[in-house]
Structure formats: C-alpha cells, structure tokens
Design a protein around this ligand. Structure first.
Ligand code: B12
Ligand code: SF4
Length: 482
C-alpha cells in the first residue's frame, strides 16, 4: 500500500522592491524531502508565492491521505505567511498535523507552538528528525515522542522541547532531490544557479543566527560530491555558472579553491562568491581571478573600531583595508561590500566612521565596489540581542506581527532609531550604492558618483535629487521589462 503523502511548503519572502525571489531553490525542502523520499515516503514540494497560499492549501486539503504538512520558515514575513497557510489547513482539516522547521522555529520553538495551527517544530538540522517524526505519525502515533531529539510538541502538561539533535557527521548522506521541483525554474537568465555545499560557520558574529543554530560547527559536502551534483545539474538544466549560498563557503580555503578550479575545468564558472576579509591573501585572490571569479562578496561590517569589537566579527580596520588593497590589484575583480549601521550603541560618530571607511575603500579600488550599507535588525538567537533588550526591544508578539519585520521593504523603527534616523540610514545606503560604476555605464554616471562621494564625505543628504532620478529610471526599466 502506498504511504500517505508528506506535503512540504516554502512561501517565498519578499526581496528587493518587495518582489519575491522565486529563483532561489527551496534547498531546505529539497534536502528534507529527498531524505524522506529515499526512506520510502511520498513527498510533494510546494514552492509558492504568497498569492498562491489559498490554492496550495486547497490542493493539500483535497488530498485524502496526508501524513503531515511541513513549512520551512525563516524569520520575517515568512512567519506570518506560513502561519496563514497553516491556519487555513488546520481549519480545513484539524486531523492533518502541521510541522514547522527552519531557522525561525528552531530558535523560537515555544513561541511557534503557542499557535493553535502548529503541532510540531523540528529544531536544527531537519533530515533525521523529520524521518523519525514521519515514522511516528505513520505508526499512528505509537512510541515515545520524547525520544526524538530536536523536536518540539504539545503535551497535556504543556510544550515539550526534546534534547538537541547532533549534527550529521557525513553531509554527503544528504542531497537535494531536484526531481521534487522543476529544476529549470531555478536557472537564472544568465544560466546561473544557486547551490549550497556546506552548512554552518565556525565564527560567532554578534548579529548572526549561526552561533545558536549551528553551534559553530561547519559541515561540508566532499569536493567529489559537489562536482558530481553540479555536473548532473549541468546535464539536466544547462547551467553555466554557480552561485554558492553557503553560510561560509571558504571555511576550508583549500576545499573552496579546489571546487572552483575543478568546476571551471568542467565548464561551470563561479562568477560570484562570498569570502571573509581575514581569509583574503594575494595568492588566493590571484587564483580566484584566474579561475574566472568576477565578484567577491565581503561583509566588512563597520568602520568603527568599537563596533567591530562589539560585534566580535574577528576583523579590524587594518584587516579590512588590507583585503581591499589586495583585491584592488586584480583589475578584473569587483566587490559587493556589505556593512551594517545603526547598532543600538551607535552614535553619529560610529556611523560617520563607517561612511569614511567606505570612502577610503572606494579610493583603493575606484568604481569597482558595490556598497550595501544595511541597517541593523536584531534577529532571534544572535549573540548581541541583549544590546537591543537594554532598550526594551521585543520581537513581535504574534505570528501576524512578523509581517512588518522586513527591513528590505517595510518601514521599521527601533527604540534606538526613530523614523528620521532610519531614513538617514537608508539615504547613506542609497548614496553609497551610487559609488559603483556598472560596466558599460555612460559618462554621465561619473557626475553621479562624484556627487554621491561629496554628499557622503560631508554627511549632507537633504534634497536627494540624484536618488529621485535613479528611482524614476529604475521604475522605467521595470515597466519596460513588463
Ligand atoms: C536563500 C536565502 C534567502 C532567499 C530565500 C528565502 C525564502 N524563504 O524565500 C532570499 C534571497 C529571498 C532571502 C532573503 C533574505 N534573507 Co536569506 N538566506 C538564504 C540562504 C542564503 C539560504 C537558505 C537555505 O536554503 N539554507 C540551506 C538549508 C539546507 O538550511 P536550513 O534552511 O537551515 O534547513 C535545514 C533545517 O533548518 C531544517 N528545515 C528547514 N526547513 C524545514 C522544514 C521542515 C518541514 C523540516 C522538517 C525541517 C526544515 O532542515 C534543513 C536541512 O537540515 C540563507 C543562508 C544559509 N546558507 O542558510 C540566508 C538566511 C536564511 N537569510 C537571512 C536573512 C536575514 C535574509 C534577509 C532578511 C536579508 C538578508 N540579510 O539576506 C532577506 C529577507 C527575507 C524576508 N523578507 O523576510 C538569514 C536568516 C536569519 C533568520 N533568523 O532567519 C540567513 C540565515 C542569512 C544570515 N546568515 O544572516 N534569503
Ligand atoms: S556573519 Fe558570516 S562569518 Fe559571521 S557567523 Fe555568520 S556566517 Fe559566520
């Protein structure tokens, strides 16, 4: 007899300009779903936009033999959209178990389980826990749930959280099962493809979820595994480039270099890759450029020595400047340079130090740095959360409240940053972005770069005519793209 179906759902989060990024594969569900399928379960993956919630819920409710519905949830808008979908399913059929997994429920399991529509949360790495839970549900709930590690559930005596589950030692046991989706949907216009080769990170940056979620443990697929998987994807979908979505791809520098080099030999390029400042060395950068890498993504985080120390990134200003000087020597390389302003302790002085360092980095490799100076947002489980708590900051109290926890598209404020301060932060980011000269820009762009540089230097952001002009141009090109 066929086993009941497990429906796994990922509702895309709004990304730039509020548009959902449906082009990134739902990797968590391809891993978990693949593992369950391999163990004999029937699995369906629904990677949907918010507009498709009702339709997807109706499809699931029409299935008369459902083992459970699982949602993959990251912090922010997906908490609220996944809650809405869970509620529709529970109201449609209270017998269907609803399971949440992913970063948000792993870090805030009790808060999630307080919702009537959520029955179980899978905490941390999901494959083994999901399999044990599936077997429990298949055997009509015989057995002891408390023996399943990495699980949260409701009992007569309240919410139960079982002991933490160990990480899988051999990551190659798990693979993303691309037959669960239409792989062609994830090949971008330039035939690039997002892929994950490792999990976790050994560092403990203060603003990052990693220390709590991954306990500083980095686990990686073998080079052989990565090359074989990407070659299979190349044959199936004709990809030409890969973008690595790992938390920290270069944790093992030799492995990272080898992957990129061997992929190049098989005709798959890596145009863009993330790397920490303190990993940058002359030889590494030369080899990356030689292997066709065009852009490095670097989180330099701040120009304030105090902030760099308080966020425990493990880098200082000389390290940042040295990294950019080394990269600057390779004329083919560009940088996506990301920093954060607006930490609870930051004053104008700290922000100015970051802007000034951005300008210094600009001078070390002019027009080739695309800056992203984001505003600090507290995330659950991050080590510096206590700094926000000092200001009586608290997370949204209800699942629906998370809808406005969206720095990319919403108008967030914090106890330490009111709307005018937040507007000033956004302006800094928008002007810093203008310092970049995209390839094939017209000469007029130099004027824009010059004006942005002067504004950032003097800290004058009133009457942002250049930004209005840019916004109009972006609107026109969006319209033209249909
Ligand atoms: C792809 C991605 C996106 C995509 C798509 C996300 C989406 N759902 O639509 C886009 C580009 C839209 C995006 C946007 C943002 N992202 Co993002 N993103 C990622 C990225 C690179 C990969 C996620 C992934 O697939 N991981 C790999 C899988 C295998 O790991 P996993 O999700 O933890 O899954 C495992 C377990 O959690 C569990 N599991 C997960 N789901 C489920 C479900 C079930 C049913 C079960 C049983 C188990 C289970 O099993 C899995 C396998 O073991 C991660 C970084 C990373 N490498 O993880 C950041 C990350 C998730 N993003 C993050 C952030 C902060 C953002 C942004 C806010 C901005 C930003 N700084 O990038 C925005 C805005 C989102 C919004 N508006 O709400 C943070 C999340 C922090 C948090 N507390 O949630 C991360 C971790 C990056 C970071 N280090 O800061 N992101
Ligand atoms: S910010 Fe990057 S380097 Fe720091 S802990 Fe997170 S993943 Fe690791």
């Amino acid at each position: 007899m066929p086993k009941p179906t497990i429906h796994l759902v990922s509702i895309a989060a709004p990304f730039r300009m509020g548009i959902e990024d449906m082009g990134r594969p739902p990797s968590a569900l391809l891993y978990v779903g693949g593992f369950l399928k391999q163990s004999g379960f029937q699995v369906r993956v629904h990677h949907i936009s918010e507009a498709q919630i009702k339709m997807t819920a109706a499809t699931i409710l029409a299935d008369k033999d459902v083992l459970f519905v699982g949602f993959s949830v990251i912090t922010g808008v997906p908490v609220s959209s996944s809650h809405e979908a869970s509620r529709i399913i529970k109201e449609g059929n209270p017998e269907i178990p609803v399971v949440w997994g992913g970063i948000h429920p792993s870090i805030m399991p009790e808060e999630c389980l307080e919702n009537r529509s959520i029955d179980y949360v899978v905490i941390g790495e999901g494959e083994n826990t999901a399999l044990e839970l599936s077997n429990f549900l298949l055997q009509r709930r015989q057995g002891d749930l408390r023996r399943i590690h990495g699980l949260g559930f409701k009992s007569d005596s309240g919410i139960v959280i079982t002991p933490q589950r160990d990480f899988e030692a051999d990551l190659d046991r798990f693979r993303q099962d691309w037959s669960l989706v239409d792989i062609g949907e994830y090949v971008r216009d330039d035939r690039s493809f997002y892929f994950i080769t490792s999990r976790g990170c050994p560092h403990g940056c203060g603003f990052c979820y990693n220390q709590q979620f991954n306990q500083r443990r980095w686990r990686a697929h073998s080079v052989k595994f990565v090359i074989a998987e990407l070659q299979a994807i190349q044959r199936a979908a004709g990809i030409r480039h890969v973008v690595f979505d790992d938390d920290n791809f270069f944790t093992d520098r030799r492995r990272g270099m080898e992957i990129i080099h061997r992929l190049k030999e098989t005709g798959i390029g890596c145009k863009w890759v993330e790397i920490r400042c303190d990993y940058i060395e002359e030889d590494l950068v030369r080899r990356l450029a030689g292997d066709g890498v065009e852009r490095l993504f670097i989180g330099w985080e701040s120009g304030s020595p105090e902030t760099l120390s308080r966020i425990s990134k493990g880098i200082d200003r000389p390290c940042i400047e040295k990294a950019f000087r080394i990269i600057g020597k390779q004329p083919s390389l560009q940088v996506d340079a990301s920093a954060i302003i607006g930490f609870p302790w930051e004053t104008r002085k700290h922000v100015r130090q970051t802007v000034r360092l951005a300008l210094k980095l600009f001078r070390s490799m002019p027009f080739r740095i695309q800056f992203n100076i984001g505003t600090y947002v507290p995330y659950p489980g991050s080590p510096i959360l206590h700094e926000a708590r000092r200001w009586r900051f608290s997370f949204p109290a209800s699942a629906d409240g998370w809808r406005s926890y969206d720095i990319l598209n919403g108008r967030m404020t914090f106890p330490w940053a009111d709307s005018s301060r937040m507007r000033a932060f956004r302006r800094i980011d928008q002007y810093a972005k203008l310092l970049f000269m995209p390839r094939h820009s017209s000469r007029k762009r130099y004027l824009l770069v010059f004006l942005a540089y002067v504004r950032l230097l003097l800290g004058i952001y009133i009457l942002p005519i250049e930004l209005w002009r840019e916004k109009r141009a972006a609107g026109r090109s969006l319209k033209a793209a249909g």
